[in-house]
Design a protein around this ligand. Structure first.
Ligand code: ZN
Length: 298
């Protein structure tokens, strides 16, 4: 049974990871072919006909969890860090574009940087927002408004905002997840929450603190997501002052991915971003969501 589910999952995810090939896969045709011969005869066999495809559709939460545990329980990580193999840090392009990414981390009250987001909206600056489940639960109406705005692409920033480890490694004093099962929950609970609230399934994941081990990165991939960090540290967790943030913008290059926060309204982030965005515009840069360059993320 597990092998069958794994095969189904691999098939489903192979499709997700390789959008260009989707049109050439024959899944729907195969199903039609089987039915064609017997269309007229099978009027009485409707029950059988309908049961098969439904059963093979998508594994549910518990089934997926079992698949992940089975596949990764014996894996030993060899890397730990922010920018390890398999984690995207830039766009491979000569186009004069940069991607601004904003994390929404904790779910305490008053953690929405409205000035920052209103600036992006007024200036029509597209961005990718990595949102943690606790932040969503505290700011649900704001979250759904942001998700409905086509300027913003919603990405997954974890359920409990933990570093992503299969062995309980920690970063910045925060203990990470401790097993493949916990890695799965950290990713997938928020994935489900976002999908329920927006009707869209995120393509990108960033762990709380942006730390991963290499096994956890493989689990992210197995769940159809891409782990994304950055190559320009925009605000250092909200600790940069305005001048430091503007300096970060000065290091922009074609394809840079910036990391900022949208949950620190009392910081200098909005002031720095307002000045930095204007500077890059003057230099001729455009701002893009990660999804616009999905094939060139590296
Ligand atoms: Zn965060």
């Amino acid at each position: 049974m597990k092998l069958i589910l794994l095969a189904i999952m691999l098939f489903v995810f192979a499709g997700c990871a390789d959008n260009n090939d989707d049109q050439t896969t024959d899944e729907p045709e195969e199903i039609t072919d089987n039915d064609e011969n017997s269309d007229e005869i099978q009027d009485n066999d409707d029950e059988q006909d309908e049961a098969d495809p439904i059963e093979e559709s998508e594994p549910d939460y518990d089934q997926l969890k079992e698949i992940i545990i089975e596949e990764f329980e014996d894996a030993t990580p060899t890397e730990w860090g922010e920018n390890i193999d398999g984690v995207v840090t830039e766009i491979d392009t000569d186009d004069k574009v940069v991607s601004l990414t904003f994390d929404a981390c904790d779910g305490t009250p008053d953690t929405y940087d409205e000035e920052l987001i209103e600036f992006l909206i007024e200036e029509e600056i597209p961005a990718t927002l990595f949102i943690n489940a606790q932040w969503i639960e505290e700011h649900e109406e704001i979250f759904t408004d942001l998700a409905e705005n086509p300027l913003f692409e919603i990405a997954n920033h974890g359920h409990d905002h933990k570093p992503l480890s299969v062995t309980g490694e920690s970063a910045y004093g925060i203990t990470g997840t401790e097993s493949p099962e916990e890695v799965f929950s950290e990713i997938y609970k928020n994935q489900q929450l976002i999908t329920e609230l927006t009707g869209e399934t995120p393509d990108y994941f960033r762990s709380g603190t942006a730390y991963y081990d290499d096994v956890a990165v493989e689990i992210v991939k197995s769940l159809g997501l891409t782990a994304v960090n950055y190559n320009v540290l925009g605000d250092a967790g909200g600790t940069f002052d305005k001048n430091q943030i503007v300096s970060a913008f000065e290091s922009a290059q074609e394809g840079s991915i910036f990391l900022f926060h949208m949950n620190e309204p009392d910081s200098d982030i909005s002031d720095g971003v307002i000045e930095g965005v204007q500077m890059l515009k003057d230099q001729g840069y455009d701002f893009v969501q990660l999804g616009e360059y999905d094939e060139q993320l590296k």
